[in-house]
Design a protein around this ligand. Structure first.
Ligand code: HSE
Length: 317
């Protein structure tokens, strides 16, 4: 019998400035657009087949062996075989709607959607923690190190704190539902690997103390539902000072957002997308208009007003 599963995986902000490699937030546009990748898995004759389509498909090599989705299929099939589960030929289609190297967790979208679609297709043989580990390993191959700050929120939704301890990878944190998150992707290319290579190998004691205080303060204030304090803790001494130069006029952009009453503004993941958190829709719209006019570098850049996506990756068909 022919079977088909279609899965959507949303964009995410890695780091959220205050939690380098440790915090990630899934987002959805308020206008209902599906901002993320779609993966469809269906029964196929003969052998596995891969189709690449979507708005940003042309930015990836067309051959299947160069696409992370194909690596995920092979790894998933190996895991099935270890469990003595029979595999079947499939056609897998990636709708690549998020540009690669955007700082929006683009590769995580592809990886997570593929893993979830395959798991659904095969009748859910693996639980969430096993799936998350598979996702992290695949994502690590692309970005050069194992970090879950995009795959965990993309998969599970909401705001996730990475705590790779005792077989648990992530903890869900409370969020401020009322906040609007403006995302601006300028369309300049920054690879996560290159952006990581720019960072110091070691940090001084003062920087480490600030990092611990800010992240702990953010988490505690989030639990206390103290919005102003939580957002006041959002600052980044780990990555932003070293990566700012990669982004188009980042300091001016940041200062302008703060002058326009932003709660917090920073680099999404390794950039070049930036985010600004806003108290009201009106402020978000004003900031989005400024970013459209001043931060975008090509017609393929975009600005999106979002709120938190609590659902994460989901089957839509
Ligand atoms: N947390 C990683 C980084 C990946 O900033 O390098 C972000 O997507």
């Amino acid at each position: 019998m022919n079977k088909m599963v279609k899965v959507f995986a949303p964009v995410s902000i890695g780091n959220v400035s205050v939690g380098f490699d440790s915090l990630g937030l899934a987002l959805k546009p308020i206008d209902g657009e599906l901002l993320g990748d779609l993966v469809t898995v269906e029964t196929h004759q003969d052998s596995n087949n891969f189709v690449l389509q979507g708005k940003f498909a042309q930015r990836l090599p067309a051959n299947k062996e160069s696409n992370i989705v194909w690596d995920v299929v092979l790894a998933f099939e190996a895991a099935l075989q270890q469990q003595n589960i029979k595999t079947t030929p499939i056609k897998i289609t990636l709708d690549k709607n998020i540009p690669v190297c955007s700082g929006l967790g683009s590769s995580a979208c592809s990886v997570v959607a593929t893993v979830v679609a395959l798991n659904e297709f095969y009748g859910k043989p693996f639980d969430d923690s096993k799936l998350l580990i598979m996702m992290g390993e695949a994502e690590g191959k692309i970005s050069g190190s194992l970090h879950y700050d995009n795959v965990a929120p993309c998969f599970l939704g909401g705001l996730q704190l990475m705590i790779p301890k005792q077989q648990q990878v992530a903890l869900q944190l409370p969020v401020f539902d009322s906040v609007y998150w403006v995302l601006a992707y300028p369309d300049v290319l920054i690879s996560t690997q290159a952006a990581r290579d720019l960072l110091p190998k070691h940090y001084d004691r003062e920087t480490l103390i600030h990092f611990g205080q800010n992240l702990a303060g953010f988490v505690a204030a989030s639990y206390e539902k103290n919005l102003e304090l939580a957002f006041a803790m959002i600052s980044d001494e780990i990555a932003e000072p070293y990566r700012a130069e990669l982004l188009p006029d980042f300091q001016t952009t940041k200062q302008t957002m703060l002058d326009m009453n932003s709660l917090a503004m920073g680099i999404s993941g390794s950039g070049p997308t930036v985010f600004s958190a806003c108290r009201t829709l009106e402020e978000a719209q004003q900031q989005a208009s400024w970013l459209k006019l001043n931060y975008l570098q090509s017609d393929e850049g975009f600005v999106s007003i979002c709120q938190i996506d609590q659902q994460g990756t989901r089957k839509i068909q």
